[in-house]
Each structure stands twice: as structure tokens, then as C-alpha cells.
Design a protein around this ligand. Structure first.
Ligand code: PLP
Length: 369
């Protein structure tokens, strides 16, 4: 089979490996694998299937359309969707047995008024400052949830929150606030079985934040949520390799300007190789002059600016031909640059490097067995 010119190759065995490795960290907690935003750029349906096959208990997505896409693909595992606009179609979600993250009373009332018995998971803000009920609103939200539950309009299956990952002291303050929410909810007459607070970072570093379930996104893709710890340190394998076939190779004289603005000039006579990936495909322009690329096992950097469709690599006198693969990132233990290298080059985080991929890239899926 010929390889796509621009390929995001996803190793589903790596995803299964990561899920097993993460289980080893989390004790008895249940595991929700977060597949929002096209599974962080890895492909929602294939990743969700691989995650369920590897033993994920739950799947997490942001909104109802993402959850419905998984149901349409025949995935029947429990799914939680947690961000809803004013016009969100709760009827469809309830009919498809999607659990709904609920943030405020009017939202709960809308869900309760929809046909069927909604399974809801109440979200409390314990200090992240995004969505979820503020502490002063907990009594009213809980009282209203008890009323709807007793009337058979909803089932309160979970109570949850999200950490700001702002350091150990703040994490523990959030754990304490979350425990207050659990106590208040029980005192109000709720009995949520699914208590969850931690994403990958908290699941790995804050044992007291694990509760009944952890929501793991980045770790299942084999990437580290920490600045100071690599995938390999955590025993994880990056699942996505981004590469493209070189489309043009030519010699250039010393002092030649390369790409828009001539930010780069060749030092000596050299060979310039052209890679058909640009910011239209999600390659950060910010990484101009810095992003690493591996060609035939040699490491280079982007020469000059990343354009919409392409960038140039100065390969010196190395033997590079049209059709050779340029690997932007993959598994560093196999010699590729890492998504973390690109994150540093673009002044961002590995999450953004993988999630932003799109444009003309083709996704392929490999599993060794
Ligand atoms: C994205 C997200 C996660 C997963 O976070 P990771 O750091 O990728 O593990 C968990 N919970 C919520 C609410 C999220 O939005």
C-alpha cells in the first residue's frame, strides 16, 4: 500500500499499552478515557474503540455531538458529555444514553423536562474557575437535583470537578473543597456513585484526588502532562507519528534566502528539501526556524518560515531524495523528535501540537496484532 503524502499514523497498540500502564498508577479507581476534540487529534472513533477494547470503563467527550458520533459508530460504552450550549439537544443525548455533566440549576431543569430519565453528573467548581456550580450555589443545585430525582425525572449518577494543576497546595485545597461538596450532596439526600476530580496529571501525582474514577486524556495518547517528566519516564508510548514525503530536493548556492521574508539564508552551497506540511495542516508557524525534523535518521530543523502548505529543511550535503519521509514527531525512543520538542519550538504544550493537526493530513491506524 502506498503511504499518504502527509500521514498521521496512529499506533493503537500504543494506546492499549498506555491504558494498561495507567491502570497501574490508579489503584481501584475506574478509568474514563477522554476522546474529546477528535481524541486530541488522534481520531475519536478508532481511539474510543481501542480504549474500550483495552478496558476503559468510560469515555469522556466535551459536547453532545461528539458523544453522538461515537454512538453512531456503534460504541455502546458509557459516555459522559460535559459542555452544553443554551440550545443543546438533551432529548437526543438522553435517548442515546449519554450521561450529561450539569453545571447549574436551569440546565438541570431543562434536562429534567426532557423525555426519559436523564443520567446526570453534577459538576462543582472547586477552584478552576471555569464551569461547574460555585460553592454558594451548591445548596440550591443539590436541593433541586434531589427534587428531580425523587420525581423520577433524573438520576444523579455522579458528582465531579476538575483540577487547575496549579501546584500541590492548590490541588489539595481543591480536594478539600470537593470533599465538602460530597458531604453537602449526601446531606441533601443525593447518593452519587461516580466521584471524580483528577485528569492525567492529578491521577499520577495526587493520590488523594483519585476518588472513584479518573479522567485520562493526554496519558492515553502516550504524552506526559508534566514539563519535567517525559513519556518514557512514565512508561508511556506516544501513539501518533506525523510524517510527510519530501516533494522537492534541490541544490542552492551559499547565501540563498529561504522561504518568506528570508529569515533563513544558507551558509554554504547546500541541499534544500521541501516538506508538504504547513500551518494549513496544523503545523505551528510559531515553530518557524526551530521545529525539529528527522529524515533518514538525521535530525534537522525547519529552515525559515513555516508557510500555509510547506516548509523547507536545509539538509547540507546529506543524501536526501524526493519521496524520503520527513518525520516531524513520533516516539523518541524510536529516534523521532517528540511532540514535546515541537511544543518547546512553538512555545506551547504537547496537547496543542497533536490536537491542532488537520488540513490535508490523512490518518492511518496500525495495530501489530
Ligand atoms: C480534557 C479534560 C480531561 C483530560 O485531561 P488530560 O490532562 O488530558 O488527562 C479531564 N477532564 C476534563 C473536564 C477535561 O476537560
Amino acid at each position: 500500500m502506498t503511504r499518504p503524502l502527509r500521514e498521521a499514523r496512529v499506533d493503537l497498540d500504543a494506546v492499549a499499552h498506555n491504558i494498561h500502564a495507567l491502570r497501574g498508577y490508579i489503584g481501584d479507581a475506574k478509568l474514563m478515557i477522554v476522546v474529546k476534540s477528535r481524541a486530541y487529534g488522534h481520531g475519536a472513533v478508532p481511539i474510543a474503540r481501542a480504549a474500550v477494547a483495552a478496558g476503559a470503563d468510560w469515555l469522556g467527550v466535551v459536547d453532545i455531538p461528539e458523544a453522538l458520533e461515537l454512538r453512531a459508530a456503534g460504541i455502546s460504552a458509557p459516555i459522559l458529555a460535559w459542555l452544553h450550549g443554551a440550545e443543546a439537544d438533551f432529548d437526543l443525548a438522553i435517548a442515546a444514553e449519554i450521561d450529561l455533566g450539569i453545571h447549574y440549576r436551569e440546565q438541570l431543569d431543562r434536562v429534567a423536562a426532557a423525555p426519559g430519565v436523564a443520567s446526570v453528573q453534577l459538576k462543582v467548581d472547586t477552584g478552576l474557575g471555569r464551569n461547574g456550580a460555585a460553592e454558594s450555589d451548591w445548596p440550591a443545585l443539590f436541593a433541586s437535583a434531589v427534587e428531580h430525582e425523587r420525581a423520577g425525572r433524573v438520576r444523579v449518577r455522579g458528582l465531579w470537578s476538575h483540577l487547575a494543576n496549579a501546584g500541590p497546595e492548590h490541588d489539595l485545597a481543591q480536594v478539600a473543597a470537593y470533599e465538602r461538596a460530597i458531604t453537602e450532596a449526601r446531606a441533601a439526600g443525593l447518593d452519587p456513585e461516580l466521584l471524580h476530580l483528577a485528569s492525567t496529571a492529578g491521577a499520577l501525582r495526587v493520590p488523594s484526588a483519585r476518588f472513584a474514577l479518573v479522567r485520562i486524556g493526554i496519558g492515553s495518547y502516550g504524552l506526559s502532562p508534566f514539563d519535567d517528566v517525559t513519556s518514557a519516564d512514565l512508561g508511556l508510548r506516544p501513539a501518533l507519528e506525523l510524517s510527510a514525503g519530501i516533494v522537492s530536493v534541490k541544490r542552492a548556492t551559499a547565501g540563498s534566502g529561504v522561504s518568506y521574508g528570508y529569515d533563513y539564508r544558507t551558509g554554504a552551497e547546500t541541499t534544500l528539501a521541501l516538506v508538504p506540511l504547513g500551518y494549513g495542516d496544523g503545523i505551528p508557524r510559531q515553530a518557524s526556524g526551530r521545529g525539529p525534523v528527522s529524515i533518514n535518521g538525521q535530525r534537522y530543523r525547519v529552515a525559515g518560515r513555516v508557510a500555509m502548505d510547506q516548509f523547507v529543511v536545509d539538509v547540507g550535503d546529506d543524501d536526501v531524495a524526493v519521496g524520503d519521509r520527513a518525520i516531524l514527531f513520533g516516539d523518541p525512543s524510536a529516534g523521532a523528535p517528540s511532540a514535546d520538542d515541537w511544543a518547546r519550538a512553538a512555545d506551547t504544550i504537547n496537547y496543542e501540537i497533536v490536537t491542532r493537526l488537520g488540513g490535508r493530513i490523512e490518518w492511518t491506524y496500525a495495530a501489530r496484532d
